[in-house]
Design a protein around this ligand. Structure first.
Ligand code: GLC
Length: 657
């Protein structure tokens, strides 16, 4: 599809590079940049000259503005121009009202327009968490979360998902995606396990690189390329249970961020279950382990041209990553030759020295953080960093290096020539082609772990099928966290197809698919299908002391078991749960992870329209005790497990009810 430029007159692409706006400064180019400070990144000489020219003209305030990223709800009309903000983001669920692709495009377009109207006129870069599709946007295609993509072991598929996601993100004028997470979760009790592709570093490296290439497309400065943020640097998945200081009892009451999390349970109850015990904690591993397990995906992503890395909230051996000069500047920028910029995580620098904000700011910037995510008070950050520079605690050279890195990424994306995207892209948001791609990913992500007597695939000629479990008809449950809102939710959270709807399509005679949400029936069935789901969660809200089925799950299973000859269990979860005691009572068991909006894909494989091909990217723990031994020591199934039954005819089943 050929794209023309958008509707706004200023959106029609400028020929050549837009020169800075400040009048009377078009003077002679600055003296040649000394060789040792010139970027070695493959930018054109013209872009490098522009960056040096801008650095030579910008005031300290304008430079610090470029280093500041505010959340859109903290930015009033005019602030972007007044503060010279380099970036604005939408936190999880940070949507405009109404939440439509068009409204997103207009909102982001307005921020960009303001940035161009600022004295220095550097285009703003807007960032979102599009971690499984453009997941904040109503109507966007929601792909399986990374744990499901890991089970596909299909880099070409992941690259296509990256490309489709980039098109839907770019449609809304957004050119920065805080993904891929290259976490390698060691303790599955971590609420971010599902954001990781796998516990196998080589598989994570392969899939993350594919996703980066997908977001890029043919070239970084193509009109639909999107800047990846490889995160969270480094070893975010290696923190030990009980080491997180993120939430204390008092802080829970007054924490602005946690207040944004609309969860079904109270924060106090979630804390009792284990919330915020691992996430943002401390990793005790030695450097050899850090380098062997957690670093490789970053090197590969940098090789693929990634120009942004997000620092991790977590600490390594007691030192916060956001203040870790050795790992940020020595290893990432020095050893790995990273030429892009490091962005902090959400309010993360505040955790370095709680209560001493100036030291937080100085230590983070001096360690190598180039842009700071300041969700609630950008002016405080700007004021503080200026004071730290004027006091000599942060050098002008460090500021210039940070801004040079940020402008390098903006130039590489072609923002100076084309600050807006093409409006015609809007037709791609949630389009049939992307949903078909998502359905393919769902099919390939399912892992068949038990299939006694080949009860699967279900024969569409089955006289009756009992489907139990509210999750069978709950789009929110199949999407999980980071969907429309930060924590995700239940019900029709966004357009899509539930597993139940998919089964009814597969069976062709919906009447033969009997949906009994609580499984309480007196009828007898040849096959009962129970769909179980974890409550949606994100980040530390999903940390748990134990990973097990709930009493409600167990009661449902008991009811269904009594009424059917064969019991098939489908689990929608962000991680393996300990099911060792229950599996013997099941005839078949499918790990479906968090498949997203295309529940059809689950039904197609359950009914034999496509084979099971998925294989575990994570070890499946045998007991609760094995969870504490990371990586999981005794397992029910190893990484790589997964039955891929030959295409046998379904076993004839007992007579109809
Ligand atoms: C969150 C997450 C990070 C996300 C950022 C912006 O706290 O840690 O993954 O990209 O804030 O939403």
């Amino acid at each position: 599809m050929e794209f023309s430029f958008g509707a706004f007159p200023e959106e029609n692409g400028m020929a050549g590079i837009r020169m800075p706006r400040r009048a009377g400064l078009e003077g002679p180019p600055p003296a040649r940049v000394p060789k040792e400070t010139r970027m070695t990144h493959p930018l054109s000489q013209e872009h490098r000259a522009l960056i040096e020219r801008l650095l030579g003209e910008m005031t300290l305030g304008e430079k610090i503005g470029q280093m500041t990223q505010a959340e859109k709800n903290s930015v009033r009309r005019g602030d972007v121009a007044r503060l010279g903000l380099g970036s604005v983001l939408s936190g999880g669920g940070g949507s405009p009202k109404p939440n439509t692709p068009e409204a997103w495009r207009a909102m982001v377009g307005e921020f960009i327009r303001e940035s161009l109207a600022s004295p220095v006129g550097i285009p703003l870069l807007y960032g979102v968490d599009a971690v499984h599709g453009h997941n904040n946007v109503l109507g966007a295609t929601i792909f399986p979360h990374n744990i499901g993509l890991g089970a596909t072991r299909d880099p070409a598929l992941v690259r296509r998902i990256g490309r489709a996601t980039a098109l839907e993100v770019a449609a809304t004028n957004v050119r920065w995606d805080f993904a891929p997470a290259v976490s390698i979760p060691q303790d599955l009790r971590w609420g971010r396990t599902y954001e990781g592709y796998s516990q196998d570093p080589a598989l994570v490296t392969e899939l993350a690189t594919a996703y980066v290439e997908g977001l890029r497309g043919d070239r970084w400065d193509s009109p639909t390329s999107v800047l990846p943020s490889v995160k969270h640097y480094v070893a975010d998945g290696a923190t030990a249970f009980g080491t997180s200081k993120r939430v204390n009892e008092l802080g829970m009451m007054f924490d602005q961020t946690l207040a944004l999390a609309r969860t079904g349970e109270s924060l106090t109850k979630l804390r009792r279950l284990g919330a915020w015990q691992i996430d943002q904690g401390d990793s005790p591993i030695d450097e050899a382990t850090l380098r062997a397990i957690h670093l490789p995906p970053y090197g590969a992503a940098i090789e693929a041209g990634a120009l942004n890395v997000m620092a991790s909230y977590s600490s390594w051996r007691g030192l916060r990553m956001h203040a870790h000069r050795y790992l940020l500047s020595g290893v990432l920028k020095g050893e790995l030759g990273f030429q892009g910029f490091v962005v902090s995580d959400w309010e993360a620098i505040d955790q370095i020295h709680p209560g001493d904000y100036p030291r937080c700011v100085a230590d983070a910037v001096n360690a190598g953080v180039d842009m700071v995510m300041v969700p609630f008070d950008p002016e405080r950050f700007i004021r503080t960093l200026r004071a730290e520079v004027e006091a000599g605690r942060v050098s002008g050279a460090r500021i210039d290096d940070a801004v040079r890195r940020i402008l390098t990424a903006k130039a590489a994306l072609g923002l100076f020539e084309r600050p807006y995207t093409d409006e015609a892209l809007l037709s791609l948001v949630g389009c049939p082609e992307h949903r078909a791609l998502a359905r393919e990913a769902v099919r390939k992500s399912l892992v068949l772990l038990k299939n006694e007597g080949n009860v699967l695939p279900l024969s569409p000629d089955l006289p009756a099928l009992l489907v139990a479990g509210e999750a069978a008809d709950d789009l929110g449950a199949q999407c999980g966290g980071w969907t429309i809102t930060w924590m995700g939710g239940h019900g029709a959270v966004t357009p899509g197809t539930t597993i139940l709807e998919g089964l009814r399509r597969q069976f062709g005679h919906p009447a033969r698919v009997h949906f009994v949400p609580d499984g309480d029936t007196n009828s007898r069935y040849p096959v009962g299908l129970a769909v179980l789901a974890e409550e949606p969660y994100a980040e530390g809200m999903g940390d748990r002391r134990e990973l097990r089925l709930t009493p409600k799950h167990l009661a449902l299973l008991a009811r269904v078991r009594r009424q059917c000859d064969r019991l098939v269990v489908v689990l929608l979860s962000g991680r393996p749960l300990v099911v060792t005691e229950q599996v013997p009572g099941w005839d078949a068991f499918v790990a479906a992870w968090l498949p997203g909006t295309e529940g059809d894909g689950v039904a197609e494989v359950l009914c034999g329209a496509a084979p099971f091909t998925g294989r575990l990217g994570f070890a499946w723990p045998l007991s609760q005790a094995d969870l504490a031994r990371t990586p999981t020591s005794r397992t029910l199934w190893q990484i790589g497990a997964g039955l891929t039954p030959a295409s046998r005819e379904p076993t004839p089943l007992s007579p109809t009810p």
